[in-house]
Write a protein that binds this ligand. Structure first.
Ligand code: PMP
Length: 457
């Protein structure tokens, strides 16, 4: 679209008048005006003032192939000229949605070979909630309705996503939320595991799930939902003992495991899915974001044989679906995206080259007076800012500190997100070594400016 350059002040005023932003204190935003992002290339964004910004968050953890990939644009254009829309509801399918389902089945862990499409991560989560409960109903166990999830997890902002998510402020708005959801503590060792080794702590947190199953009764519990790495909660990387123990518990009590791969999927941790990185064998998984590198909205639930075979054989019509489930243009882009990830060996590069380099370079920030711990894997990382490193003391107003750091990043040409006082990064998977060096230098500068503001330097 050829937008006439009417200027930053004009767009900010329009925005103030008419645009209600997601997850934003609109009054505070309106007081200063939104930054207007106008163009992009590779790992960089530009704003309407011509400032260049290194996008350390790949948009919202989604632009895995980076900005400006012509092949993805061409895939959408060609499909839109041929068949811009048709649905998959009434005995029909489209070529891109069918081929994409098969392409997803090829890269998911063994057995997860049936794919149901939706448009967003939240819709995929809602779909998974309905699937697991319907599964138990058709298996003759309709009382298995409870879903166990973790505090500080994020699974979207529909009423279903809000209900199975563990974000307190979000759950407090717009209720009542869905019944039959239980939350247990998260596996955040640096924040909550004092006095235990990471391995002990991982087992302890996994066993909270067992305790919860025993408390509710195994005949009441449908599934455990979990992100392999909690992204929006601050990039919480579980100890190595956590997921294997959760799997053991799920199997013991015949509870399904649902991996929310919306962030970890499509290469972020150095494998196609976080489940592979952590040795999880989920019964079903949700995916979105990196599925199309964010170029068009599309999401999916990949379902394993046990749940898929049973639902298909016994449920008859699954009364669920969205007008745009498997939208042909979005599916064509996702298909091309998967082809490029494969053809360019991008995920192997995350695992073997650029991921380790990114983590090694980020670790150099550990010596900074504000940095308590740098944790990461592949191209995702969380940096805990602390009031004191030793003895460890967290900030009393973590949100304020994180915001200061985030604003210094943004004003100096880097997108680094703040979750409380945990700074998080998830750059496009195509980032080069030189760009990683630039990112780490900009992050270091923002940390210095934050320390100065806090009177620490
Ligand atoms: N699950 C996870 C793990 C997510 O990170 C997100 C989005 N950040 C969602 C679900 C919801 O996805 P969407 O915003 O596309 O609805």
């Amino acid at each position: 679209m050829n937008l006439v350059n009417k200027g930053t002040a004009y767009w900010q005023e329009l925005d103030r008048q008419h645009h209600w932003h997601p997850f934003t204190d609109t009054q505070a935003l309106n007081a200063k005006g939104a930054r207007v992002i106008t163009r992009s290339k590779g790992v960089y964004l530009w704003d309407s003032e011509g400032n260049r910004i290194l996008d350390g968050m790949a948009g919202l953890w989604c632009v895995n192939l980076g900005y400006g990939r012509r092949e993805l644009v061409d895939a959408a254009t060609q499909q839109m000229l041929e068949l811009p829309y048709y649905n998959n509801f009434f005995q029909t399918t489209t070529v891109p949605s069918t081929e994409l389902a098969a392409a997803i089945a090829q890269v998911t862990p063994a057995g997860l070979d049936r794919v149901f499409f939706a448009n967003s991560g939240s819709e995929a989560i809602d779909t998974a909630i309905r699937m697991v409960r319907t599964f138990w109903a058709v298996e003759g166990k309709p009382s298995k309705t409870w879903i166990i999830s973790r505090k500080n997890s994020y699974h979207g902002s529909t009423i279903g996503g809000t209900s199975v998510g563990g974000q307190g402020a979000q759950r407090a708005q717009g209720g009542p939320i869905l019944p039959d959801v239980a939350l247990v503590d998260q596996p955040f060792w640096y924040g909550e595991g004092d006095g235990m080794t990471p391995e002990e702590f991982g087992l302890e947190r996994a066993r909270q799930i067992e305790d919860k199953i025993l408390e509710l009764g195994a005949d009441k519990v449908a599934a455990v939902f979990g992100e392999p790495i909690q992204g929006a909660g601050g990039v919480i990387i579980p100890p190595s003992t956590y997921w294997p123990e959760v799997m053991r518990i799920c199997r013991k009590y015949d509870v399904l495991l649902m991996a929310d791969e919306v962030i970890c999927g499509f290469g972020r941790t150095g494998n196609w899915f976080g489940s592979q990185t952590f040795g999880m064998e989920p019964d079903l998984m949700t995916m979105a974001k990196g599925l199309s590198s964010g170029y068009l909205p599309i999401s999916a639930v990949a379902v394993g044989r046990r749940v898929g075979d049973s639902l298909i054989a016994k449920a008859g019509e699954f009364c669920h679906g969205f007008t745009y489930s498997g939208h042909p243009a979005a599916a064509a882009v996702a298909l091309r995206n998967i082809e490029i990830l494969k053809a360019e060996g991008i995920i192997d590069r995350v695992r073997e080259d650029i991921g380790p380099y990114f983590q090694e370079r980020l670790a150099t920030l550990s010596g900074h007076p504000l940095v308590g711990k740098v944790e990461g894997m592949g191209l995702i990382a969380g940096i805990s800012l602390v009031d004191s490193k030793s003895p460890k003391k967290f900030f009393e107003a973590p949100g304020k500190v994180g915001q200061i750091c985030r604003d210094h990043c943004f004003n100096n040409g880097l997108v680094m997100r703040a979750v409380g006082a945990r700074m998080v990064l998830a750059p496009p998977l195509v980032i080069t070594r030189g760009e990683v060096d630039e990112l780490v230098a900009l992050a270091g500068k923002a940390l210095d400016l934050t320390a100065r503001d806090l009177g620490r330097l």
